[in-house]
Design a protein around this ligand. Structure first.
Ligand code: ADP
Length: 367
């Protein structure tokens, strides 16, 4: 059964901004759902409507088997973790975690046992008597998570919880929250603008743009089969390369013609692209699907393009090459052993089996 069901929900703020547009999604019991999109796409608004912190303009939100539209936040059986921790500075860690339970009238023993259990799960037992100012950012975030855990809610809501942490701590907390989910087996809805967090944490990802759901699917499905150019460019780092050109049939073979070079289209994709014969399309290819020809035993000439190296970015395990060929700059993520140099010409092999094509008007994926 869906634990949270969002049905045709829209939000119009006073002043007329339509922040969320007719969004429907069902979050399954025990699922870890990530809502991801650029700043201003409506993800916090959507989460805050689920939490009861923002009025719903139209549509319905169901939590468990209750219509939640008119339920106050405290009756929704949810717990929310915010980006800014929102800890009470004058209270100890223990009291911060216990506060919500006290308000709800739990007894001392129950509160003590819940707080200690949560502290143990999060590894913050030695910190229980400290005040928030005596904690690091990562520790504070753990306390904020602890405060949510003690409630034993039906659903956890996370609003960009890692944004205030440094890069290393973000990576660590990412894993910790995933482990926490495995351990608690509770439904979690997690909002972030960071596509890496979305890819690595979500059982399923919902990509939002301008208040509209673009795609909802498992991370690898989104990565391998983005439904439109927006999703293709938003998910993945460095992002997918896009080249504009024309679909052409020459002597029974199909090509993508950039103007300065041609790439042979693989047979599997021909049927979908045939209606675009002679027309403009957008060709997309991820940086890891481009190869330095040196490392390819039998590189087909019809998918090899001579390119100029403009920038070399060594990343350690791989190198990002900023290349240019024809009218287009593009990035390749290649084996670091080649050590190409700036201004050098390099033969780049396109793995055309991994190509994507988008309609230039609708920007929907053709194949
Ligand atoms: P995100 O969380 O994806 O950054 P938000 O949900 O915060 O996006 O905001 C979505 C849109 O709604 C933005 O255009 C934002 O400016 C607008 N917005 C957010 N809160 C309010 C508000 N209280 N009043 C008016 N407009 C708002």
């Amino acid at each position: 059964m869906a634990q949270v069901s969002v049905r045709g929900v829209s939000k119009v703020y006073t002043g007329g901004v339509m922040a969320v547009k007719d969004v429907s999604l069902a979050v399954e019991s025990r699922e870890f759902l990530v809502i991801v999109g650029p700043s201003g796409c409506g993800k916090s608004t959507l989460l805050r409507m689920i939490a009861g912190l923002e009025e719903i303009t139209t549509g319905e939100i169901w939590i468990g088997n209750k219509l939640a539209n008119l339920l106050p936040p405290k009756d929704r059986d949810i717990a929310m973790v915010f980006q800014n921790y929102a800890l009470y500075p004058h209270m100890t860690v223990f009291d911060n975690m216990a506060f919500g339970l006290r308000l709800r009238g739990y007894g001392r023993r129950e509160i003590g046992s819940r707080v200690r259990d949560a502290a143990q799960i999060l590894g913050i037992e030695p910190l229980l008597e400290r005040k928030p100012k005596e904690l690091s950012g990562g520790e504070r975030q753990r306390v904020a998570v602890g405060r949510a855990i003690v409630r034993k809610p039906l659903v956890f809501l996370f609003d960009e919880p890692l944004s205030n942490l440094d890069a290393k701590m973000r990576v660590q907390m990412r894993t910790e929250i995933r482990k926490l989910h495995l351990r608690l087996q509770t439904t979690m809805i997690y909002v972030t603008h960071d596509q890496t967090e979305a890819m690595t944490m979500g059982d399923r990802i919902v990509v939002l743009n301008k208040g509209l759901v673009q795609q909802a699917a498992e991370p690898l499905t989104i990565y391998e089969h983005p439904v439109n150019r927006f999703v293709a460019s938003f998910i993945g780092s460095p992002p997918m390369n896009f080249l504009q050109g024309t679909i052409q049939r020459v002597n029974g073979q199909w090509y993508f013609n950039e103007g300065a070079f041609k790439l042979r289209i693989v047979d599997d994709m021909v049927a979908a692209l045939a209606p675009y014969d002679g027309q403009e399309t957008i060709f997309g290819i991820r940086p890891e699907d481009l190869y330095d020809k040196l490392f390819i035993a039998e590189a087909p000439a019809e998918s090899t393009v001579t390119s100029t190296v403009e920038v070399v970015e060594p990343m350690g395990a791989e190198v990002y090459l900023h290349l240019k060929s024809g009218r287009h700059p593009f990035i390749a993520r290649v084996n670091p052993q080649a050590r190409p140099e700036v201004n050098q010409d390099l033969d780049i092999v396109f793995d055309m089996g991994k190509a994507h094509f988008f309609d230039p008007k609708t920007e929907h994926a053709i194949v």
